[in-house]
Design a protein around this ligand. Sequence first.
Ligand SMILES: NC(=O)c1ccc[n+]([C@@H]2O[C@H](COP(=O)([O-])OP(=O)(O)OC[C@H]3O[C@@H](n4cnc5c(N)ncnc54)[C@H](O)[C@@H]3O)[C@@H](O)[C@H]2O)c1
Length: 333
Amino acid sequence: MINIGVIGYGYWGPNIVRNFSSLEGAEVRSVCDMNLQSLNRVRKVYPHIQITQNCGDILDAPGIDAVAVITPVSSHYELAKRALLNGKHVFVEKPFTATIAQAEELIEIAARKKLTIMVDHTFIFTGAVRKIKRLIEEKSLGDLYYYDSVRVNLGLFQSDVNVVWDLAPHDFAVMDFLIDEKPAAVAACGKAHVNGLEDTAYITVQFNNNMIAHFNVNWLSPVKVRTTLIGGEKKMLVWNDLEADEKIKIYDKGVEVTNREGVYNLRVSYRSGDMHAPKVDQIEALKHETEYFLECITKGESPENDGHAGLRVVKLLDACNESMKRNGQMVSV
Ligand SMILES: NC(=O)c1ccc[n+]([C@@H]2O[C@H](COP(=O)([O-])OP(=O)(O)OC[C@H]3O[C@@H](n4cnc5c(N)ncnc54)[C@H](O)[C@@H]3O)[C@@H](O)[C@H]2O)c1
């Protein structure tokens, strides 16, 4: 049995407590939140779980094997570091840390103490992303041309990070999981209209091969959009995460060059074949992810979404901030 302490029971924390509580091999022993109202919510649903306002009651407790850090990013490093130094495995929210140096230090401590770090890159555990991964590995799409994502909605404004650090970690984590080639450089433009932090941003990611990626993240959109297009030489797909059933649509569409004799004679033919919507696993991603966390601890294996994956995402986010400061200049990753 792995005894778990959860720190942070705001918007996302209840999902973490619910999922760990439902697993055979885990027991949520304690939940900590600075806010008393949050703790009252825990008490109502889980009267048997200890509650505390003092994170030391979890981080220093000998009976806790693993700590889930579900607080805003500004506190991830301090809480995760203390947990690791006390010999506890760590499940930490995205984005992993607020700086590259913090992520590197946590990775080093975990390696030295042979502990597991898992960064909550929830979307890589969805049926849709697992299916897309298989399609890319099987070369169904052919060589990839582009990755294009829109993640926009109204709010929720965060007080400690801009829209890039809030929403783009999801997309960067998915892209990192799906595409073997790693980004070479980033250009980002963003504007702050409301609270001094960028709430609207456009990000371009360059690769050393012919791939290009673009991300649109926005807290000021009147409608919620969660759509990713992935274009390949053979096929193209659309992943609409807001669709209940047909989350992925694969289009047998493409362009073939039929004559390359000079610019004016260049002829292309357009292929417009069938559309196919494969069935995808609808089980909650966090269920798979929390199960996988226990499995990695038990087997002593490093997760796909380990500290290094978290660090790759933080490097992209850091490059975005640097680029936004320099008015959209390209920044190497
Ligand atoms: N994986 C996902 O899909 C997903 C979704 C939403 C949020 N998140 C991440 O989860 C984290 C929390 O986000 P949220 O929206 O739940 O924030 P939130 O502000 O709603 O909740 C955070 C809670 O942590 C508590 N807290 C903060 N610092 C603390 C400390 N040092 N000790 C004890 N309690 C503390 C606060 O009182 C609050 O109740 C963020 O890193 C966010 O990026 C992930």
